[in-house]
Design a protein around this ligand. Sequence first.
Ligand code: UD2
Length: 301
Amino acid sequence: VSGQTVLITGGAGFIGSHLADALVADNDVIVLDDLSSGSRENVPDGATFVEGDVRDEDIVADVTDGVDLVFHEAAVVSVEQSIEEPEFCHDVNFDGTLRLLEAARRQDARLVFASSAAIYGDPTTLPITESEPADPQSPYGIDKCGADQYVRTYHDLYDLETVALRYFNVYGPRQTASDYSGVISIFREQAQAGDPITVDGDGTQTRDFVHVRDVVQANLRAATTEHVGAAYNVGTGDETSIQALAETIQETVDTGSSIVHGDPRPGDIERSRADVTKARQRLGYESDVSLADGLATLFDE
Ligand code: UD2
């Protein structure tokens, strides 16, 4: 990707800012972010930063004027928060995506969408292929599911170049630890403080943890692929239980943290593991970062 005008929504956030880093040298990068979870320092020098919300039609019209390519990463990322505030999450995750699609249609810009493995709910078979029936179990999953369908249908209806990337559990540098952030950043902070590591339920639930570097790679490939109008899983193909994750982090950080078990989370998915064959074949995507290596570099920082 070079010589393009690129909008990254959520570009001050965890995933979007890594994408901005990868693109800023060779493209005109515009970052739209409301700083609700991202921060200004994440935005690389050379990118144009606009503070604003994807729900705001005027701002979206402004920042998309003249763009060639949109990476739509802005979202409420927490499944838990979506259960507490379903309407708010719907406005951002569903309506926000539709707004960006309309803007992309006006500009005839390619749009790459941050979809999610949450759309599959509890899958009927593992590993999960893209043809697994969608059965989301949370407002978050429902909105990502509808938005993912919209993204692909905009290709069919309007011949817009769109790609939906179904992220599995993304982790890496700049993922902040809050009540609503990803489990690795939460466990890391707990362990570093010597506090108990809080496993929800018995910890047998599994996830496919994919490093943000792999997610950036998938996005760059999606930006140039000819295989548009499609959805692709972005994971590693491995699964790790939350209990095993807690133990690894406990041992790595070694501050004497205990592991405690709380109630299972409502709407929590039992097992998740990506089949990444389609992304490999059509996008040339290959996961480069194992969980062991990804955690090692994270804890070296
Ligand atoms: C993550 C993403 C979501 C979506 C999905 C796709 C985040 C915050 N959420 O949802 O956006 O893309 O993956 O697969 O990145 N857990 C604990 N203790 C804690 C926190 C979590 O045991 O303190 C467990 C939790 O019950 C769950 C697992 O860890 O089984 C992962 O939870 P999560 O919130 O990191 O991510 P998930 O899979 O709900």
